[in-house]
Design a protein around this ligand. Structure first.
Ligand code: C2E
Ligand code: CA
Ligand code: CA
Ligand code: CA
Length: 273
């Protein structure tokens, strides 16, 4: 039994093995979760800094697996690799459009920003899927924003540009998510028909303590302005961060300082009155 005990120890200390097991578990259960209704969308409001209004929110996937919360930061990359992101992404689009439709019918013009993964974006029928939903859900395109990653735009180059142009023609807004974490430059991005860039939380997080981070955020805000793009900062947690961003001319903020992601019925209260 000393031998099997040491084997156990060896097995459980094997990080690669553990990670592989967990990935398998997540892949299997996620497929079921889509059918079982274990997934839901939460919404996190965004605020216009100068005017103080909250008119839009970002949809974020939540998965409660038998009461245990599994983070999208963990399962989205796994789904992206396995291809499960495609049916999952379709499900997210339908849920988000359905929510926009409901709010629209209630006379609340709440815009929803939907996260789109690179693999989803590269599907040949992606634009068609958005056009079809705008039509079938009957929502104004101005109430839909798509958050695309730098990789989506960068890795597909000329093809991506055509997709962006087609989406823009539909009237939906486009933003570049996690800006600063990839390899794209603002100058390069400005050649693409996007409306907004979203400064990644990693830059915002320490900007009130680290001058370098602050300089990066300031530069992004100024350059974006000069290029005619609007800017949103994510992960704003403190009043100090909010004030700095306001002084930098940042247009919108999102983060725990304002509100955490929450269910639809809670977030809609913030838009009343
Ligand atoms: P993201 O798109 O960069 O979303 C922002 C993440 O930061 C969210 O994490 C949000 O809950 C979190 N956050 C917002 N404000 C704060 C703050 O003040 N402090 C801190 N510490 N965190 C904050 P979440 O919900 O865990 O999502 C993680 C990532 O998973 C997202 O990053 C996005 O890349 C991906 N994701 C989530 N939902 C979807 C989806 O429906 N489709 C796709 N393709 N990806 C999604
Ligand atoms: Ca996002
Ligand atoms: Ca992201
Ligand atoms: Ca981010």
């Amino acid at each position: 039994s000393a031998i099997s005990a040491s084997k156990q120890v060896h097995y459980f200390s094997n990080d690669d093995g553990d990670r592989h097991q967990r990935r398998l578990m997540i892949t299997q259960r996620l497929e079921k979760a889509i059918d079982d209704g274990a997934l839901t969308l939460y919404f996190q409001p965004k605020q216009h800094l100068a005017e103080g209004q909250v008119k839009s929110c970002e949809s974020l996937l939540r998965w409660f697996d038998d009461g245990t919360f599994i983070s999208p930061a963990e399962f989205i990359p796994i789904a992206e690799r396995s291809g499960l992101i495609l049916p999952l992404g379709e499900w997210v689009l339908d849920q988000a459009f359905d929510q926009v439709r409901r709010w629209h019918q209630q006379g609340k013009g709440i815009q929803i920003a939907i996260n789109i993964s690179p693999r989803q974006f590269m599907q040949p029928d992606f634009v068609q899927g958005i056009a079809r939903r705008l039509d079938s859900y009957g929502v104004p395109p101005s109430l839909i924003e798509l958050e695309l990653t730098e990789t989506s735009v960068m890795e597909t180059g000329a093809a991506a540009r055509q997709v962006l142009v087609a989406l823009r023609e539909l009237g939906v807004s486009l933003s570049i998510d996690d800006f600063g974490t990839g390899y794209s430059s603002l100058a390069y991005l400005s050649g693409f028909p996007v409306d907004k860039i979203k400064i990644d939380r990693s830059f915002v997080q320490y900007m009130d303590e680290q001058p370098e981070q602050q300089a990066i955020v300031l530069t992004i805000c100024q350059l974006a302005k000069n290029l005619g793009l609007s800017v949103i900062a994510e992960g704003v947690e403190t009043e100090a961060q909010r004030e700095l961003l306001a002084s930098f001319g940042c247009d919108y903020i999102q983060g725990y300082w304002l509100a955490k992601p929450m269910p639809a019925n809670e977030v809609e209260q913030l838009f009343v009155g």
